[in-house]
Design a binder for this molecule. Structure first.
Ligand SMILES: [Fe+2]
Length: 185
């Protein structure tokens, strides 16, 4: 729950519920701001024979994720909160580590992104669970975002899958481990 004072919220919503939703939405806003910056970083740092496919696959999704950040921030404001979008607030409040790869082959970045999306999607689904008890409008927004985030996750995974349906990142527990397994597959 956000500790910030809320002076008004949307009609029919209690102040406590609004504060819980603002805290949950702020965490997802940090995640989406971090994600669209990370995706651009990947867009600039991929190398290898599949450069252009991966480089160009990322940009339309960056626009989608930037739109999700905008929607989350405006939902926070609608509920009476004050959205934080500064770089310092992302870094100091996020519960995950900075993306760890620099220049690397496309398969390595895609392997690392598989782990990134695993984290993002798990947290978005947890947020849906909480929002579902408090506010169907916020829940609906998050469900729409998960739909497109999962679709892009499949785009990533389709590059990591073999003809037998196995992912090269199977069993990996970190970005570097997944990158190494995908790069060596
Ligand atoms: Fe570009």
């Amino acid at each position: 729950m956000s500790t910030e004072k809320i002076y008004y919220t949307t009609p029919g919503m209690s102040e406590d519920d609004a504060r819980t939703l603002v805290g949950l939405l702020q965490d997802r806003l940090h995640a989406m701001n971090d994600l669209h910056l990370t995706l651009k970083h990947v867009h600039w740092n991929v190398v290898g024979p599949h450069f252009i496919a991966v480089h160009e696959m990322i940009d339309p999704h960056v626009e989608e994720v930037r739109g999700y950040a905008d929607d989350l921030a405006e939902r926070i404001a609608t509920l009476g909160g004050s959205p934080k979008g500064t770089p310092g607030s992302i870094v100091s409040e996020r519960q995950w580590d900075e993306y760890s790869l620099r220049r690397d082959v496309t398969q390595a970045h895609l392997g690392a992104l598989d782990v990134v999306y695993h984290g993002v999607l798990t947290s978005h689904r947890e947020a849906i669970e909480t929002a579902g008890d408090l506010d169907p409008v916020t829940e609906d927004m998050l469900i729409g975002q998960v739909d497109k985030l999962e679709l892009f996750h499949w785009f990533v995974r389709a590059h990591l899958e073999n003809a037998g349906g196995h992912l090269s990142t199977e069993g990996a527990t970190s970005e570097t481990e997944a990158a190494s397994q995908a790069g060596n597959a």
